[in-house]
Design a binder for this molecule. Structure first.
Ligand code: 4AD
Ligand code: MG
Length: 477
């Protein structure tokens, strides 16, 4: 029986209930007290073994991470650590765990060490909490869009187009059945294509989602995306999950409203449904920050930070206003925000974004109307001929969490832009059809799911919020 159910039962029947449970040993103290966890919550259930009547050989097998089947009586606990405990009447060891060889000991391990054991790290409190929160957040994403009348759309993973035009794609090759294709001198022939076509793993489902939005009205994707960019940072993965809504007849303001409403909803839902895990993660951060100098500690505790997002509108400013703020600000003395004063037209570096969000506004910020030159080809050109209807949402501690735009719906302007950037019309003929047949204004955005999980859990490295991170260092699992 799940721990959460046991708790509910006891509350209704007042102790002394016969129960059965299965789980994994977290700790075993004094040959008597097992802290058992079944994965359903952060809480362990204390199981008290009648050690005088249990063979020594069995007691020896109750080691960290052994799988147990326990039957007993649920009673109020005399101990101070928990309200209830199970007095064990029958104990079966389902699976042994050799204490000498088991890599995760009941002590604090570094996150780096745990990353090397990605298949076992989820057995720790921190990672089980993070992964439960991740799962609930994913559910909230689907719940939000379904409640709003969106249709879930699956974009292809293998694609012929480069949605972002940034050339950061992984090439897909079809290997012949007789093995890896080789050139005459025996080297791997990477030029082998996918059944005669050049294809890549998708960097974004947006272009395909646009075609669906122009028929179903409101759609969203939520799937894996791939970027062959330098992912050696705490914010980048080579494989990450992206949520991309696309809405016909929405302009950029509607798009910003949707993004804010969506982010608030999923955070609120997760706070309501993961209270224990978030409390645990908050305490974890508080404990960790005790070792840091005062100046480096965060100003808000985790739950306070999440509540701030729920209660305050994001600041909306144009790129041009942001550049003015950066130009007029004085470099920070402790060099944490040693930004360069930018000229209009330059792409913002993450330290500029962090300055705006963490120092200047102390709030999430939506930057809009970026210079056309630094943004993707599909964004709608403004009347000034210089800027596009783009928006990035910047979050404290994270930087960019959302990138989106109103799309260029005018066929002639879009073709002109593609020509200027050297994007062949033949490659995107199907995309251009949406502008040929019943074009209309439409908008959408992409939210990096792992960046959202980072924000909600307070973790600081993106490798720690996805089960098996794909980065240049981590691809063996
Ligand atoms: O800003 P990006 O590149 O926008 C797009 O791909 C658009 N096609 C989205 C759209 O309008 N439908 O990526 C969107 C978001 C970023 O804001 C960031 O949160 C996340 O995806 N992201 C990454 N997350 C983890 N690792 C990476 N390498 C990421 N690259 C982007
Ligand atoms: Mg972006």
């Amino acid at each position: 029986m799940k721990y959460s159910k046991i708790k509910a039962l006891l509350e209704s029947e007042k102790g002394g209930i016969a129960v059965a449970t299965r789980g994994w040993v977290r700790t075993f103290r004094n040959k008597q007290f097992i802290a058992l966890n079944d994965g359903s919550t952060i809480h362990n259930i204390q199981c008290v073994v009648d050690f005088e009547n249990t063979p020594e050989a069995t007691l020896k097998r109750i080691t960290t991470s052994a799988a147990l089947d326990i039957q007993g009586t649920l009673v109020e606990s005399q101990g101070s650590g928990q309200k209830y405990e199970i007095q064990v009447t029958k104990l079966e060891i389902l699976g042994d765990s050799d204490a000498e060889k088991y890599p995760i000991q009941p002590k604090k391990h570094s996150l780096e060490f745990l990353r090397e054991n990605a298949h076992l790290r989820v057995r720790t409190n921190t990672f089980s909490a993070v992964m439960r929160v991740r799962s609930v957040l994913a559910y909230a994403v689907h719940k939000y869009f379904n409640e709003k009348g969106f249709f879930y759309f699956n974009a292809p993973i293998i694609t012929g187009s480069d949605a972002e035009g940034a050339g950061e794609m992984f090439r897909v090759s079809a290997l012949p059945f007789d093995g890896t294709p080789r050139t005459e001198d025996g080297k791997v022939n990477f030029k082998e294509d996918f059944f005669g076509r050049e294809t890549n793993l998708t960097v974004s489902g947006q272009l395909e989602a646009e075609t669906y939005a122009m028929a179903l009205g409101q759609v969203y994707t939520f799937g894996p995306t791939f970027r062959a960019e330098n992912s050696n940072t705490s914010r980048h993965l080579a494989e990450f999950w992206m949520i991309e809504p696309e809405v016909a007849f929405n302009d950029l303001n509607d798009n910003m409203d949707l993004a804010e409403d969506f982010i608030r909803y999923v955070i609120k839902y997760t706070m309501e449904n993961c209270a224990d895990d978030l409390k645990f993660l908050e305490q974890r951060l508080i404990d960790e920050e005790k070792n840091k100098p005062q100046a480096e500690r965060s100003e808000m505790a985790l739950l306070e930070k999440l509540n701030f997002v729920l209660e305050n509108n994001f600041i909306r400013i144009s790129y041009t206003e942001a550049i003015d703020i950066l130009k007029n600000s004085k470099p920070n003395k402790n060099k944490k925000f040693q930004y360069l004063i930018e000229e209009w037209g330059a792409d913002l570096q993450s330290e500029h974004e962090r300055y705006l969000v963490e120092k200047h506004f102390k709030s999430p910020v939506i930057l809009f109307d970026y210079p056309a030159k630094i943004k993707a080809f599909y964004m709608r050109l403004n009347e000034d001929g210089q800027t596009v209807r783009a928006m990035d949402i910047l979050f404290p501690g994270i930087g960019e969490i959302v990138g989106g735009s109103q799309r260029e719906e005018r066929l002639d302007v879009l073709i002109e832009k593609m020509n200027a950037l050297g994007i062949p019309e033949e490659e995107l003929w199907w995309y251009l059809d949406t502008r040929r047949f019943g074009t209309a204004i439409h908008s959408g955005f992409g939210l990096g799911f792992e960046r959202l999980v980072l924000f909600v859990t307070g973790m600081t490295n993106i490798r720690d919020v996805i089960p098996f991170p794909r980065t240049p260092q981590n691809a063996e699992f």
